[in-house]
Design a protein around this ligand. Structure first.
Ligand SMILES: [Zn+2]
Length: 448
């Protein structure tokens, strides 16, 4: 990675607000939104009644912990308009998630939600990557009910960056247009970024000479430092993490600045707490925990203490070198729903990826298969060797026994359980255009 971008601050009055003032603003907005939810959303009126609370009981930021959590299940039960806090005439856009369990949840927006919240936080995202008027953002996130594409689109309009709404897929066209239109940045899932890099090589496109990408914003799935290094090398750009969830707004809940020391959370819009997933109690600064959000400015679908299930390894209020005072947290390790439990050990697929990529010769293309032939779980990790190595042994995988052994040892030490490692020919593992699906759980009873 040769290019180095310089962040700037789009809304310094909020992003660099002295912490004390920011806490005051959060409290003022919290009191307002609590009252708003109580008056307009039946679910909240019920929750408050059960907890023997009224909006007047929320006098300090500490009082927030008295409010019951909102869960994904609450949203599913209120599909499609149960959480709507305005009349239908104020609604501007409807997004919805398919939901891994099959039950959809809605994400509802007024015009203000889009232009005064979403577009603004996404404009901050662009500034964090140093992008300005004249830059061209290739938006390779899906446009549609998924919030990725449109989130980046609104941010581009707000800040004046030129949007190329190419959406996901059509890889050859992506690369051809990148080259011919000279797009200067790209946004997509990290999985797709890796695929673009490999595809470019096959097409004979040299990322350094032929592409003008200075930076890229990657997210919508957990990814590791190893993947960042690979993307930066393949695409010759500076890779940033973008984080968000459709229930809160979509992309733009948090993003990295050029210091790459955690994601900045836009607390003036989304009050963020970090809790212990099991006890529900707040964890201390610096500790690992689950992110919980209270939307402070949303109109159509405000949420109080929404449990995201997303776990961060650490968090801090310490001011960043970039001048932002907003809370920072390490990249999301995984969503608690995606956590695997094999032979009693809990881990995320991203941990396996982390282990694999620290072994020279192993590629990022892998798949985890979990079975229970008798009483014991068996985890098989199918992995492709890197192409150079594969070509070197002329496709004869039996010559790569040492690599196989090394991968097995690494998984055992990093993940904490042993796995059957199976090397597979290059090109065997499915390449994904959006979020990767890396796990096949064939156990009949999943022990959760
Ligand atoms: Zn920063």
């Amino acid at each position: 990675m040769k290019r180095k971008v310089k962040s700037w601050i789009y809304e310094p009055e909020y992003e660099s607000m002295p912490r004390e003032k920011l806490e005051e603003l959060k409290l003022e907005r919290l009191k307002r939104i609590v009252k708003y939810c109580y008056e307009r959303v039946p679910l909240y009126r019920e929750k408050f009644k059960e907890a023997k609370l009224t909006p007047d009981d929320i006098k300090t930021l500490e009082d927030l912990s008295r409010i019951p959590f909102t869960t994904k299940d609450d949203l599913r039960k209120n599909w499609p308009y149960g959480m709507l806090a305005t009349g239908m005439e104020s609604l501007a856009t409807i997004h919805c998630s398919s939901g891994t369990t099959g039950m959809p949840t809605s994400a509802l927006y007024t015009k203000n939600d889009i232009f005064n919240a979403w577009a603004k936080v996404m404009a901050r995202v662009y500034a964090m990557m140093g992008l300005k008027k004249g830059d061209i953002m290739q938006i390779a996130y899906g446009y549609g009910l998924f919030t990725g594409g449109l989130g980046f689109h609104y941010g581009a309009l707000e800040i004046g960056v030129i949007a190329l709404p190419i959406s996901a897929g059509e890889t050859e066209r992506q690369l051809r247009l990148a080259k011919e239109l000279k797009t200067t940045a790209i946004a997509c899932t990290p999985t797709y970024a890796l695929y673009l890099g490999e595809y470019a090589k096959e097409m004979g496109i040299d990322a350094t000479k032929d592409l003008k990408w200075k930076c890229g914003s990657f997210g919508a799935e957990p990814w590791s430092e190893e993947v960042r290094a690979k993307i930066e090398e393949l695409l010759d750009l500076e890779a940033f993490d973008v984080y968000g969830l459709s229930e809160i707004i979509g992309p733009g809940v948090a993003h990295e600045c050029d210091q790459h020391n955690g994601d900045h959370f836009f607390e003036d819009h989304f009050l963020t707490e970090v809790i212990d997933s099991e006890t529900g109690e707040p964890v201390s600064e610096g500790e690992k925990g689950e992110l919980v959000y209270t939307t402070l400015t949303r109109e159509a679908m405000p949420l109080l203490r929404f449990r995201s299930g997303d776990v961060v390894p650490w968090w801090t209020f310490e001011e960043c070198e970039c001048g932002r005072t907003l809370m920072r947290a390490g990249r999301v390790i995984g969503r608690s729903d995606d956590m695997l439990k094999v032979r009693g050990v809990k881990f995320w697929p991203s941990t396996v990826e982390h282990a694999l990529l620290s072994v020279k010769g192993a590629s990022q293309h892998f798949r985890i298969v979990i079975e229970r032939p008798k009483t014991l779980d068996v985890m098989t990790v199918e992995v492709e060797p890197v192409k150079e190595l594969y070509d070197e042994v002329k496709g004869d995988l039996s010559k790569l026994e040492d690599l196989k052994k090394e991968i097995g040892e690494k998984i055992r030490s990093v993940v904490g359980i042993s796995a059957v490692v199976k090397l597979v020919p290059v090109g065997t593992i499915t390449r994904f255009m959006g979020k990767a699906k890396r796990v096949e759980d064939r156990r009949k009873v999943v022990p959760f």
